[in-house]
Design a protein around this ligand. Structure first.
Ligand code: LLP
Length: 415
């Protein structure tokens, strides 16, 4: 696996110019560590070709919503894809331009719609006829201009990914069937309280093949042409996110091929492409740092018990997903199979299973790679465990961007 920002130098694992052991020494474990430079490089790899097409990259806040990371991306010119009033508050908090914020999601409440309209977001990606009615009525009630909307189409495209994160087929709850789209657009175009701005789709997450994206784009472009012939012109085509990353030995997503295919389709068009990348910006820019508490062997297994578990990083338990595990001190001693498990009272509480790993002893430090996306944001207080610290590495400096939660903070709001 290409380890990017995380690499060994003189036998010790570093994030850019900082030894991870020093970060653990200063801020403790478990802790999430992110590389600023990697985040920015990942973002630019998407934003720059998109800008040449007059398009817009809207980082998907759900992947990692730490304010320091949102601020970094806002300063790099990113727009944002949000899915809740909470995420709206976060992007406003970092002074992001609301005119570059798209609001997605199947279950927006009236309060969330009101807040988005008051903030002046670029568009609400509407996912049902019922939602369109609510947006229209909230906009009428506000009485200050038409609400900018696009309709999220379910393009009925199959993508090869985990079933929990596949979204673009008619069996999924997301978007509006293609066959219903025209009627909804007509309804929206007739209303003085709505302004039709674009069309949206999102076929799923951790997709490594370019082709399903292009199939979805072609479906949606065909709809845009159809709408134009009905005098409903669109300005934006939101392709969503979902570009896969390398967790193990997957071939990287071919951004070059993707962008040249987009160029062929969007050159000379009025329509601007918009992308909502999350994982591809932050996924490989973060690790979870944990410390070995105990090593125990049973007749059939070697267990390495560490101080971070499923409440800190849920992905292995939820999706059976693979995260590379590296010791902070490089070793070439003999490897043997082991499970890396957390302290929680669940058999599903593992970070790795049947993995070939060197010997470890209590106190050793490990990095769980590829944890930048859907890591901290999915952390919980299960087993009354405070959530971990988050640290941003800025070349040779380390900056605490969220202190470890304390037990007092964890219970403070309860009566
Ligand atoms: N746009 C929409 C409408 C989405 O639903 C998502 C992700 C994205 C953009 C960003 O997708 P990305 O570029 O990050 O793949 N918890 C799962 C992933 C859930 C993705 C949900 N939607 C995981 O840990 O793999």
């Amino acid at each position: 696996m290409e380890t990017g920002a995380f690499h060994y130098r003189s036998g010790t694992l570093r994030c850019d110019d900082v030894e991870l052991a020093q970060v653990a020494g200063r801020f403790g474990t478990p802790a999430y560590i992110y590389s600023r430079d990697r985040i920015l490089a990942n973002f630019r790899r998407i934003a720059e070709p998109l800008r040449r097409l007059n398009g817009l990259a809207c980082y998907s806040v759900k992947a990692n919503s730490n304010l320091a990371i949102l601020k970094l991306l806002a300063e790099a010119g990113s727009g944002f894809d949000i899915v809740s009033g909470g995420e709206l508050r976060r992007v406003l908090q970092v002074a992001a331009d609301p005119g570059r914020v798209v609001f997605s999601g199947v279950g927006k409440t009236s309060d969330e719609i009101d807040a988005a309209l008051a903030a002046g977001v670029l568009m609400l990606n509407v996912e049902s006829a019922g939602e369109l009615e609510v947006v229209e009525s909230r906009s009428r009630h506000r009485g200050s201009g038409a609400a900018p909307v696009s309709i999220r189409i379910n393009p009925d495209v199959e993508a090869d990914t985990h079933p929990y994160i596949s979204t673009g087929q008619t069996i999924h709850k997301f978007g509006v069937p293609k066959a219903d789209a025209l009627e909804l657009y007509r309804r929206a175009a007739r209303s003085p309280h709505l302004e039709v701005r674009g069309v949206a789709c999102h076929i799923g997450s951790q997709i490594l093949d370019v082709d399903p994206f292009l199939r979805a784009v072609d479906e949606v472009l065909a709809l845009a042409r159809d709408l134009r012939s009905h005098h409903i012109p669109l300005q934006l085509l939101d392709i969503g996110g979902g570009f896969g990353i390398t967790y193990r030995d997957e071939n990287p997503f071919e951004f070059d091929r993707f962008f040249s295919a987009l160029e062929c389709r969007f050159r000379g068009q009025e329509l601007r492409p918009l992308l909502e990348p999350g994982r591809s910006v932050i996924g490989d820019a973060g690790v979870l740092l944990v410390r070995v508490l105990y090593v125990k062997e049973t007749q059939s297994k070697r267990f390495i018990v560490v101080d971070g578990g499923m409440n800190d990083l849920l992905r292995p338990a939820l999706y059976g997903s693979y995260h590379e595990i590296l010791p902070l001190e490089q070793r070439d001693r003999t490897h043997s199979p082991a499970d890396v498990v957390g302290p929680l009272c669940e058999t599903g509480d593992f970070l790795a299973r049947d993995r070939s790993l060197p010997e470890f002893k209590p106190g050793d430090l490990l990095a769980v790679l590829g944890s930048g996306a859907y890591g901290f944001v999915l952390a919980s207080n299960y087993n009354s465990r405070p959530r971990p610290a988050e640290v941003l590495i800025e070349s040779e400096k380390m900056r605490l961007i969220r202190p470890r939660e304390t037990v007092d903070e964890m219970i403070a709001a309860e009566l």
